[in-house]
Each structure stands twice: as structure tokens, then as C-alpha cells.
Write a protein that binds this ligand. Structure first.
Ligand code: XLS
Ligand code: NI
Ligand code: NI
Length: 439
């Protein structure tokens, strides 16, 4: 159902590499084009996020919102929320993105009580369900906003206030149920304020224990209602708290293992969060992937000159190529996807900017996909890497790899040999040049 708010935008953004520069057309993303035996649509599984795209106002710590959104009356009424669903689905449909994501409170207004909030959520969910059926757009993941309301000032499941823990459980219970009702393929836990501001007033052990209990109860409830979606933790090191417990992939996976959540929770890795943690996106992806825990990604990028989570749209082909190399190596992300947890900048206030932003992000990822596929076809890194570790393919190296040696044998080996074989160059500059030949 086309609304009147995007006049001048085609009903469906097309793949048209010859369109003029800056046109509302994809130059790289051709949904049906097959890359390594799979369509681009299926490799990339793009998702539009409701919070930034339909609720973002452009406010920042220094000033109020700037966005011009003629369909939105600015109120937190159910009527306004219902109207927003029509506009959101019109937008996503024109874009041709197969998925969307939301927090409970993005789509439906919070009421005076939890019962009222749940009622609002049900009203909007019915409309979302109808819009999904009409357009074929699907829910990649749902989540709960456990950080905006002042009740969450000390955290949600890690709050010092047991009633807030209970409230959070009730809210997540409902959010999982609605996600299930809408056929959501995943459910995300981003620990909004699960962390601390001050260690002197914090019982860290107790808080982490509560977080683990919360996750087990969430899993139990999901099982009870037959929710088949994947649970995902979204690591972030700081902001809003000074130290979030889900700091990075390593901290999350340690928590998962320490609390018997293996096989229950995977990770949703976000670029800007990786940067804030002092990692590259590629590091976080690789680190989770090698442990079978890379479930989905929040595709955005930070600004290295601004210290916060600016959540800009990804346009850097080098970055998207790195992402796709790791994603392709593990055979894709499904049931996860590439969610644009990204917002237009405050100065880009027109509705049309939302299209330019998403088209740019989708094209950047499509181009990254094609570049990664070309590199994989030539087996560039595969050969470099296997050659680099070839000393482990036979002899003493093979014994080490197979766990068939010990310190005494290794000592005898090296004493007899005198010195290790000489090292070889890492050839980093050459590798960087090779990468540029593909870009
Ligand atoms: C905030 C997070 C958030 C999650 C969903 O920094 O990225 O938007 O993706 O709660
Ligand atoms: Ni995110
Ligand atoms: Ni973020």
C-alpha cells in the first residue's frame, strides 16, 4: 500500500547500474543475482530497523530532533503508531528489503501500566502481522527496550531492585511472545544498562548471576511457547553505562560458557560496538565465527573522530568486504541477517535521505559480497594462510596439531636441531596491495 509520503520515489527501487549518479537505484545490489550458488537476497538478508528509521528524531546530547517526518504527529498515541506501520511498510517495500527489526517500545507506545503497554503492543502487532502478510516482509528479530524508561536506571535483569528484574522478565516474556506470533527468526538481547557506573556500590557477581538466571528463564519460556528463533546477545563495551557486561564477543562467550548457555545464545555483532571495544569489526566477526557463535550482524559504522555510537550507514567497501569474507567463510548468516542498525545524520532530515542511506548501505554490502566472492574464487587468502602455517602439516608441527607430543619431546627436538627454521615475511604490504587489486 503506497502512501503519499514518498512521492517521487519509485514503488520499487530497481537494480539499474546505468542510472545516473546518486539516483534512487541500486548500482550493486541485484537481489536475484546468484553469487556462489546463492542469490544476493539470501546472502545478505537485509533488514531495516524500526527504531532509527521510524523513531529517530535526530536529537543529540546538544539539541533536539531535526527530522521532517510529515506522517508522524509527534505523539505517543496508538493512532500515530498504527499510521507509522503503514509508512514503515511502504518504505521497506519500496526498498525491497526482505526483513525488519524492532524493540517493543519502538512499534507501540508504553502505557501507564505493563498491562496497558501489552494491550498497545497487541494492537500494533496485529497491524504488523497484517502488513507482513500483505507485503511478504518478514521479522528478522524482535527485542525489548529495557533501557529508556527511568525504572531501568540501574539496569534491567542486573538491577539492584528485584521488582525491576521482575518487570524486565514480564516485558521480555511478552516481547518473545509477540516476536513468535510475528514469525520472528531471532530474538536479540542488547543489555541496554546491564553494566555498572560505579564498582563500589555494585555486587558484580550477584548481578551476573541474575543475568544468567534471566537468560535461562527466557530460554525456558521460549521453549514453552514453541519459539524456534535464535537467541542473540549483542556485545557493546560501554554507553550508556561506563562498562557493559556484554563488553565484546569474548566477554559474551565467556558468560555463555560459564553459565551453561552454549547452544542457546549466539551473537549479533555490530560494527560501531566493535570499534568502541577497541576491536575491528572483522576481529569480532572472526572471533565469534570460529566458535560457531556468529548469528547476525548490525551493519553500521562509527566515526573515528566522534567517540560515541554514531550508528552511521556503512559505505566503506573495505569494511563490507571484510564482513562478507567472514560471513561467506561460515556459509552465511541465516537465520540471522544484515540489519541496518543505522541512522541518517541529524543534518539529513528529509524522508528521501532514508532511501539514499539504505540504498548506499545495501550497495556497499552487495559490492563487498562480490569482491569477497572474487577473492574466494582465486583462493587468495586461503593460499596465503595455508602456506603460512605449512610447518604444522607434517613432522613436529603435525604432532603438535594432533596433540601427540609433549614438552620433553619438544625439548629433545629443538636441542637436536639447535635453532628453529628461519621465519618468513608476513608480506602484509603485498597482501594489502592484492586486496586493492580487487576493490
Ligand atoms: C544500541 C544497540 C541497539 C540494539 C537493539 O547501541 O545497537 O540498538 O541493536 O537493542
Ligand atoms: Ni545494535
Ligand atoms: Ni548500537
Amino acid at each position: 500500500m503506497a502512501t503519499s509520503y514518498f512521492s517521487g520515489v519509485p514503488n520499487r527501487i530497481s537494480y539499474d547500474p546505468k542510472a545516473k549518479k546518486g539516483a534512487l537505484a541500486f548500482k550493486q545490489y541485484n537481489a536475484d543475482e546468484v553469487v556462489e550458488g546463492r542469490s544476493m537476497r539470501d546472502w545478505l538478508r537485509f533488514s531495516v530497523c524500526y527504531w532509527h528509521t521510524f523513531r529517530g528524531t535526530g536529537s543529540d546530547p546538544f539539541g533536539p530532533g531535526t527530522m521532517v517526518r510529515p506522517w508522524d504527529d509527534g505523539s505517543d498515541s496508538v493512532g500515530n503508531a498504527l499510521k507509522r506501520v503503514d509508512v514503515a511498510f511502504d518504505f521497506i517495500d519500496r526498498l525491497g528489503a526482505p526483513y525488519y527489526c524492532f524493540h517493543d517500545r519502538d512499534v507501540a507506545p508504553e502505557g501507564a501500566t505493563l498491562a496497558e503497554s501489552n494491550k498497545n503492543f497487541d494492537t500494533i502487532a496485529a497491524k504488523l502481522k497484517e502488513a507482513q502478510a500483505r507485503t511478504g516482509i518478514k521479522l528478522l528479530w524482535g527485542t525489548a527496550n529495557l533501557f529508556s524508561n527511568p525504572r531501568f536506571m540501574h539496569g534491567a535483569s542486573t538491577s539492584c531492585n528485584a521488582d525491576v528484574f521482575a518487570y524486565s522478565a514480564a516485558q521480555v516474556k511478552k516481547a518473545i511472545e509477540v516476536t513468535n506470533e510475528l514469525g520472528g527468526e531471532n530474538y536479540v538481547f542488547w543489555g541496554g544498562r546491564e553494566g555498572y557506573m560505579n564498582l563500589f556500590n555494585t555486587d558484580m557477581k550477584r548481578e551476573l548471576d541474575h543475568l544468567a538466571k534471566f537468560m535461562h528463564m527466557a530460554h525456558e519460556h521460549a521453549k514453552n511457547i514453541g519459539f524456534k528463533g535464535q537467541f542473540l546477545f549483542e556485545p557493546k563495551p560501554k554507553e550508556p553505562t561506563k562498562h557493559q557486561y556484554d563488553y565484546d564477543a569474548a566477554a559474551c562467550l565467556n558468560f555463555v560458557r560459564a553459565n551453561g548457555l552454549e547452544g542457546i545464545v549466539k551473537l549479533n555483532i555490530e560494527t560501531n560496538h566493535a570499534t568502541l571495544a577497541g576491536h575491528t569489526m572483522m576481529h569480532e566477526l572472526e572471533y565469534s565465527s570460529i566458535q560457531g557463535a556468529l548469528g547476525s550482524i548490525d551493519a553500521n559504522t562509527g566515526d573515528l573522530l566522534l567517540g560515541w555510537d554514531t550508528d552511521q550507514f556503512p559505505t566503506d567497501i573495505y569494511l563490507t568486504t571484510q564482513c562478507m569474507l567472514v560471513i561467506m567463510k561460515q556459509g552465511g548468516l541465516a537465520p540471522g541477517g544484515v540489519n541496518f542498525d543505522a541512522k541518517v545524520r541529524r543534518e539529513s532530515f528529509d524522508p528521501i535521505d532514508l532511501f539514499h542511506a539504505h540504498i548506499g548501505g545495501m550497495d556497499a554490502f552487495a559490492r563487498g559480497l562480490k569482491i569477497a566472492a572474487a577473492m574466494r574464487k582465486d583462493r587468495v587468502f586461503e593460499e596465503i594462510v595455508s602456506n603460512r602455517y605449512r610447518s604444522y602439516d607434517s613432522g613436529i608441527g603435525q604432532k603438535i596439531d594432533q596433540g601427540k607430543t609433549n614438552f620433553a619431546e619438544l625439548e629433545a627436538y629443538i636441542l637436536a636441531k639447535g635453532n628453529p627454521d628461519p621465519n618468513e615475511s608476513g608480506r602484509q604490504e603485498q597482501i594489502e596491495n592484492i586486496i586493492n587489486e580487487y576493490l
